[in-house]
Structure formats: structure tokens, C-alpha cells
Design a protein around this ligand. Sequence first.
Ligand code: UDX
Length: 444
Amino acid sequence: MKVTIYGSGYVGLVTGACLAEVGNEVLCVDIDPDKIERLQRGEIPIYEPGLERMVEENSRAGRLRFTLDPAEGVAHGLFQFIAVGTPPDEDGSADLQHVLAVAGAIGEQLQEYRIVVNKSTVPVGTADRVRERIGQALAGRGVQVEFDVVSNPEFLKEGAAINDFMRPDRIVVGTDNPRTAELLRALYAPFNRNHDRLLAMDIRSAELTKYAANAILATKISFMNELSNLAERLGADIEQVRVGIGSDPRIGYQFIYPGAGYGGSCFPKDVKALERTARDCGYHAELLGAVENVNERQKQVPFTKLQQHFGDLGGRTIALWGLAFKPNTDDMREASSRVLMEALWAAGARVRAYDPVAMEECGRLYGERGDLVLCDSAMAAVDGADALVVITEWKEFRSPDFFQIRDSLNEPVLVDGRNIYDPAQMATMGYTYYSIGRGPRQPG
Ligand code: UDX
């Protein structure tokens, strides 16, 4: 089948590569000439395991192509996927200008029946606005062409996006036209095997499903973070509480890991946007506001622990392991590491940071500055620092040489923002060890 995808960012590229992988002819359209040129050369603008190989192989096979020309895009695919960014506005609502610009471009060029599939995370009601925008462009041209607009939200986790696309838990298709649902069922058939995972529903429910999924996951995390702060004050161990509640299948073990807060491109943005949507229709979504507030407070916890230990942090040097908002990505959007670094800088401290893949991204975000040293290795970051903070649970941080770290630090202070180490072991090795929701441990 022929597919056009607008937006060669994270979602668009993964969708394009995976649809090409199973034999479709995919054309990706983007407005950034530099990006398109690089993609045509086989260079991937983002870090996502497995994606580069997939783009390269499918491009070579001629199933995946890139263009700047929307006219070519509209002419190519029966399916016209919109996968452009929806960054948050100052007020937290999703900015739809890119989505509507694509809708306008489709309307300008439309010659025959097309299915416009919205993959971008957009507020409930956006499909109606997309339809309206295409309709206006057609009216402007004085022509009538049939088209459908479908909501097909993505549920891709960064770092595991290819697998999530290839083996989805569910494929949500929001449409008011049963025939369109069947065409999408055919497109998704290679990913919908063994049992039916395609959920056809009305458009608004599909749009809301995406926000509901991210909001409940964020809620689970904020709930656990709230409890972790309580556990500390009560002398309880949140990790034992976690297992204790996770064993109930109604609660489950997933997404109840306490830590230094959630980041990334989805949770913070989507929780805010949903809260904003609620406000726009006159409803005060109290729980969503609390989820967001708890998360912002939680991102401050590692800094607070350092401050409680050292008092004044002016002139101190802190080693930081992990910059990406989570392992297996170089994405630092809304990362807890940023909140920590910025708080340390404001307090007059220096940071020696290391991350397996996000170093370049960090340099891009913060540039050259005297109070940030980007180190070549985890061990180099620790060298001569007053304390070590682990903020992203990369695999290579799980079992480091604790003796060497202890000897490299001015003082053996370790703040574990993801609870990846064993408090008893840390205490035996002479560390003053702080973690999340497990109380401080003195050496002993
Ligand atoms: C998320 C959703 O999982 C995905 O389905 C959706 O399409 C996009 O948003 P992503 O942002 O890539 O994906 O990351 P995810 O793995 O969900 O982690 C989000 C954040 O939550 C990370 O900062 C992570 O460290 C944090 N987290 C996750 C916790 O603090 N505790 C947990 O138990 C789980």
C-alpha cells in the first residue's frame, strides 16, 4: 500500500520505517531541507535503537523515500499520516499550527480520495479542525474531493519504539466511517496477528484515549513519588511497599517505580494539555494538577538531599550520572537532570556530567560554561567531586566499581535518584547513601 507521512521526527520516522519494513511504499515529507537531505543520505536525526538500520535498508530497497514536496506527498499515498510536533503553548495547551498547516497543504493539493490519519498527540476535537481546514482549502480552490479524517494515536516508548510499533498492545483507530476502519485494518494487518488488537471507536474517544493512557501512567508515578516522601518520614521502605502493592494484579508492578520524577516529551506535556482541555470545557481536573505538581516537586528531591547534607553548595562539585530523561535515549526534554543541574548552578556549584548517549544533546542545550564539565566516562565524572548523583538508570551504572568511586570522591556521598543500589551494601562500603523513599543510610 502507499503511505505518505508528514513530519520526519520521532513518531513519523518510526511509523514510516516500520510500515516500509512490512512492504508498503512510504514517502516521508518534511519542511526542513537539512533534515530531508540528511535522511536521503541515511543519517538519522534522533537516537533510537534499530531505527538507523531499518531506514537504511528500506531506503535502499526503494520502499522508503523522503521529500520536501507536499504535492508529491498528497499524490502518493492513499493514507496521509500527520506526525508533526505539537509542542506546548505557554498556557500548556498543544500548539496545533503544524498539524493545521499540513491539513492546509493536503487541502491545497487533494485530487482524489485520501484518508488523513492523525498520529500526532492532539487535543480532543482536533480531527474536526483538520477536516474543517482541508474543507476550507478545497472550497478556496472551488473543488469537491472526498476524504476521511481518522485519529490513530501512537503509544511508542522512546528507546523501544520499533518494538512497540511492530508488536503493539493495541491499535486505536477513531473514525466515523466503517469503510475507513477496514482500510486501516488492512494496513495494520502485519502488526495485528494472533489476536485482534485493533480497537475501532469514535474519533473523540480515540483522541482522549491517548491522553488518558499517558495521564494514568503519570498518575501512578506521582502517586508512588508522593508515597516515597511519606515513607521516608515514617521510616518505611518504599521499595518493599512497591512490591507489596504491585503483587495485587489490579495494581500491577509496572510504572510504580519511585524516582526523581518523570520527564520526556509525553507525560509532562500531555498531563498539562489534558488539564488545560478540561479547563477549556469548564471542568477543574484536580487530580491532573496534583500529578503535575507532585512531579515538579519530585524533580527537586535530589538537590534537596544534597543541600541537607552539605548545607551551602557554593563552590562544591557534583558528579552527575545520566542526563537523558530515561535510559536508551538521548532525549533531555523535561529531564530531571536539567532541574538538578540548574538548581546546582543557581547555588554556585559545579557539575561534572556523564551520559552514555546524551552528551552531545547536553552540549547543544547548555553550550560551553565554566560550571559544567562533560566527562568522557562515568569514572572521569566522579574524579575529585564532592558527591555523586545518579539520575538516569542506564545499565552501565548498575554495577560500577564502588571502591574506585569512593576513592575518587572527596567525600563518599551518593544520591541515588532511581533506587538502583542496595542501601545495606552502600553502608557497608562506607557510603553516605541517599535514595528515594528509603531514608538516609550512614556508613556502618
Ligand atoms: C511514554 C509512554 O510510555 C508511551 O506509551 C507514550 O506513547 C509516550 O510517553 P516515554 O516518554 O518514551 O513514553 O517514556 P516512559 O518509558 O514511559 O518513561 C517516562 C518517564 O517516567 C521517564 O522519565 C521515567 O524515568 C519515568 N518513570 C517511568 C518513573 O519515574 N517510574 C516508573 O515506574 C516508570
